[in-house]
Design a protein around this ligand. Structure first.
Ligand code: SF4
Length: 281
């Protein structure tokens, strides 16, 4: 199995997004030895289609094809896939957050077959204590937001970009997000949600590999495919992804709750849910 470095993974994600935004979903591998003579005008050869490959990734000569095989590929159902991913994660020490005061890995919670998934930034003190995402004050607000949508925590799935508490609740650093997020990608591929809601800038920027502001990221759907992971269900290849404010931010600035509610209403319409008139509070 080939493991991509975080920089390579990000480069692949950015290149894929660029092509997806152009509406290109089929990619091709160069035939061996066909590159140099055809690229005389640019130092950065453009991967023109020459020979089709089954790997759903953009490939360049110096970029190894990411292996899409995962231990959970033979699992019978999403719950079993999640169990295998959790087992693979183990008592993780892959990034420096494991030695900065975390009590436990906070994997995720909810319905393994959820249509709707929420992705936050990382566990806080309460989450670290209980081993469950979004159980503190911000978690209570998220629970209310979910209820306002006519749903419950039990029917959605909730996870974070990083699974260990950053010290002092600081924002997770790029290398920590890059190291941890492949496990989230595998969770997403196992659950196969119709819609993902990225809560806050860290989640949005990591999932979308974009460095835009929240005002630029909100208010639309993105076609999201988990980088480096794939579903074993051929009927699912992507989710619709929306961005809204993190509940912790809404606690600090309650005036933005109305804007968050607009985001959730957009999600509800996408899921075919009836939109009530009241705000989440
Ligand atoms: Fe492992 Fe993720 Fe925790 Fe880092 S944050 S130690 S990658 S589980």
């Amino acid at each position: 199995m080939i493991t991509l470095t975080p920089d390579r993974r990000r480069a692949v994600a950015e290149r894929l997004r660029f092509y997806h935004e152009l509406g290109i979903y089929d990619f091709y591998r160069r035939a061996p030895g066909s590159n140099a003579a055809q690229t005389t005008q640019s130092e950065s050869p453009d991967p023109m289609p020459l020979k089709r490959t089954t790997a759903p990734a953009v490939l360049t000569e110096d970029l190894p094809a990411p292996s899409l095989q995962q231990p959970e590929d033979c699992a019978g159902d999403p719950a079993e896939s999640l169990r295998i991913i959790r087992e693979d994660l183990g008592d993780c020490t892959r990034c420096k957050l494991h030695k900065q005061g975390r009590k436990q890995v906070v994997f995720g919670v909810g319905n393994p077959r959820a249509d709707l998934m929420f992705v936050g930034e990382g566990p806080g003190a309460d989450e670290d204590e209980k081993g469950e995402p979004f159980v503190g004050r911000a978690g209570q607000l998220l629970t209310n937001m979910i209820k306002a949508m006519g749903l419950s925590r039990e029917v959605v799935y909730i996870a974070n970009i990083v699974k260990c508490r950053p010290p002092g609740n600081r924002t997770p650093e790029r290398d920590e997000c890059d190291t941890c997020s492949p496990f989230l990608m595998r969770q997403i591929a196992a659950i196969k949600p119709k819609v993902i809601v990225a809560l806050g800038a860290t989640a949005a920027k990591t999932l979308l590999a974009m460095n835009s502001s929240m005002s630029e990221l909100r208010g639309r759907f993105y076609d999201f495919r988990p980088v480096g992971a794939h579903s074993n269900d051929p009927a699912w290849s992507s989710a619709r992804l929306a961005v809204t404010y993190h509940p912790a931010f809404l606690l600090r600035d309650p005036r933005q709750k109305g804007e968050a509610w607009k985001d959730l209403q957009m999600v509800m319409k996408e899921l075919g849910l009836a939109v009530p008139r009241k705000n989440a509070d």
